[in-house]
Design a protein around this ligand. Structure first.
Ligand code: ZN
Length: 64
């Protein structure tokens, strides 16, 4: 396994994600929206694409 796991913080609402970079066979240009504030938080154009898992939601945007 050559995956790299890091913590990524949304620059807009500071929600914390586990970010795992995975290698794909083609160059992909895309972006990810924050699952909390729905703003684009990360973009890429490469063969290494991230997968995000939400770890911590910021208190001020917690849903009922
Ligand atoms: Zn956010």
């Amino acid at each position: 396994m050559s995956t790299t796991m890091t913590i990524f913080k949304c620059p807009h609402c500071s929600a914390e994600y586990e970010m795992i970079m995975t290698h794909i066979s083609f160059r992909q240009r895309s972006y990810a929206n924050c699952q909390v504030c729905w703003k684009p938080m990360y973009s890429w154009a490469s063969t290494r694409v991230p997968r995000f898992t939400l770890l911590v939601q910021p208190d001020n945007t917690r849903r009922p």
